[in-house]
Design a protein around this ligand. Structure first.
Ligand code: NOJ
Length: 452
């Protein structure tokens, strides 16, 4: 058994703008849909907001030094669109550009590779209120313009670009069940929004490849997916597990890697699923230099007993195994699912380059002592990394792994009570302290994963 990760394996940690920056009304930043969402009573646990978050905007140097302490080779962050274009359209905001320049230069000075995400859910509020946000086909053009501004300003130094983070969440959580901004609840909007997200991703990639080829970088899409094991070995349950993965991941990945939505979605949804024109299909197909994957957990899929209910498009019954250990989010710890998902992607998309752009766990950390002694997090990462290595040994082209997250931060509708950080952020003082998992991760990086 080979015991090693490839020599140039990318070891990193990830964050996102709204979850850590704070300073929402500073530096000329416009408001985002999350600034609005957090104002709605009852939407966020404890009424938390991203107003201050980790105050990363003001603690940039300290956080860069923290990354050095962790020995990170790469850092994945997101650019807040409303810092760059406060209303989502028009000229760029010099103060916003300056902030990310400081971040990027600070990373490079410390030998850490910047991985920039263009969109991690903080849509400029004006685009939502005045133009219906992702529901409007024109957003493809607006996103392209925003992306161009980023390539122009940062592309001389940023060589790894991610267009969108988890478009499934923007579609389903944002427009299906209303858990995420803009908080809409509808059964058709997710498909329209997803369509425009996919086209926007492809537009940004087209611009990058046509106008910025000389920058010599790579650009790709990041999708999230949990794995599905069939509950039993029956043909119906196996089909349910497959269908569930297709509705979750292939919905976004098939257009990019195969040129259209999965056939099963077309069969079930008919006209409710938008259609790519020939030109759109050509723009979308092949529009990712790598397969970005955010992965956390697994569920068991089975064929439901009754007939399909309204709004239940994929018609899959999901459960968890009661013996699985659970994280604070109640997500099962199932490292084998990670390996199987990597193999599923490898087989379905013809052996792509894959990066795990997020993996991690929230833990109940009632006091400082418990937080700093987070052996369960260390075990979570260790067990998932072991399966990553197994997947590599079985032929999967996995090239990197980013822990979510560098530090405790604003976990969307769960506020600050759900902590994913390798580093603790003290709620009152915002002081950062590496947890045991952070020190362990440093060693992992140092020996290129030989100790896992
Ligand atoms: C996915 C998202 O990209 C990130 O923003 C979130 O905090 C983590 N997963 C954990 O839920």
């Amino acid at each position: 058994m080979g015991e090693r990760f490839p020599e140039d394996f990318v070891w990193g940690a990830a964050t996102a703008s709204y979850q850590i920056e704070g300073a929402v009304r500073e530096g000329g930043r416009g408001l985002s849909i999350w600034d609005a969402m957090t104002q709605i009573p009852g939407k966020i646990l404890n009424g938390d907001t991203g107003d201050v978050a980790c105050d990363h905007y003001h603690r940039l140097e300290e956080d860069l030094d923290l990354m050095v302490e962790l020995g990170l080779k790469a850092y994945r962050f997101s650019i807040a669109w409303p810092r760059i274009q406060p209303d989502g359209k028009g000229a760029s905001n010099p103060q916003g550009v300056a902030f990310y320049n400081r971040l990027i230069d600070g990373l490079l000075k410390r030998g850490i590779e910047p991985w920039a995400t263009l969109y991690h859910w903080d849509l400029p509020l004006a685009l939502q209120t005045e133009c219906d946000g992702w529901l409007n086909r024109e957003i493809v053009e607006w996103f392209g313009i925003y992306a161009r501004i980023c390539f122009e300003n940062f592309g001389d130094r940023v060589k790894k670009w991610i267009t969108l983070n988890e478009p499934w969440c923007s579609s389903v959580l944002g427009h299906g069940i209303g858990l995420h901004a803009p908080g809409r609840v509808d059964c058709n909007e997710p498909y329209v929004v997803a369509h425009h997200l996919i086209l926007s991703h492809a537009k940004a990639v087209e611009i990058y490849r046509n106008e910025f080829a000389a920058q010599n970088g790579q650009i790709g899409l990041v999708n999230n997916c949990d794995f599905r094991f069939p509950l039993t070995d029956s043909a119906a349950d196996r089909a349910a597990a497959e269908r569930s993965l297709e509705f979750f991941l292939a919905w976004f990945a098939d257009p990019v890697w195969k040129g259209d939505y999965p056939a099963v979605m077309r069969e079930i949804l008919g006209d409710r699923l938008p259609v790519f024109t020939k030109a759109e299909r050509a723009m979308v197909l092949g529009s990712s230099d790598f397969f970005g994957l955010n992965h956390y957990t697994t569920m068991l899929a089975s064929e439901p007993e009754g007939a399909r209910e309204d709004g239940e498009d994929q018609h899959v019954h999901l459960t968890v195994d009661s013996t699985w250990e659970k994280t604070q989010m109640d997500w099962g710890v199932v490292p084998a699912g990670c390996r199987e998902l990597l193999k599923w992607i490898d087989a379905r998309y013809d052996h792509p380059i894959i990066y795990i752009t997020e993996n991690g766990c929230a833990l109940d950390e009632p006091d400082v002592q418990a937080a700093l002694n987070d052996t369960a997090r260390q075990e979570y990462h260790r067990s998932y990394l072991r399966e990553c290595r197994n997947a590599i040994e079985q032929g999967v082209d996995l090239r990197g792994y980013f822990a979510w997250s560098l530090m405790d931060n604003f976990e969307w509708s769960f506020g600050y009570e759900y902590r994913f950080g390798l580093c603790r952020v003290e709620p009152e003082t915002l002081e950062r302290t590496p947890k045991a998992s952070a020190r362990w991760y440093r060693e992992v990086i140092e020996c290129n994963g030989e100790n896992i």
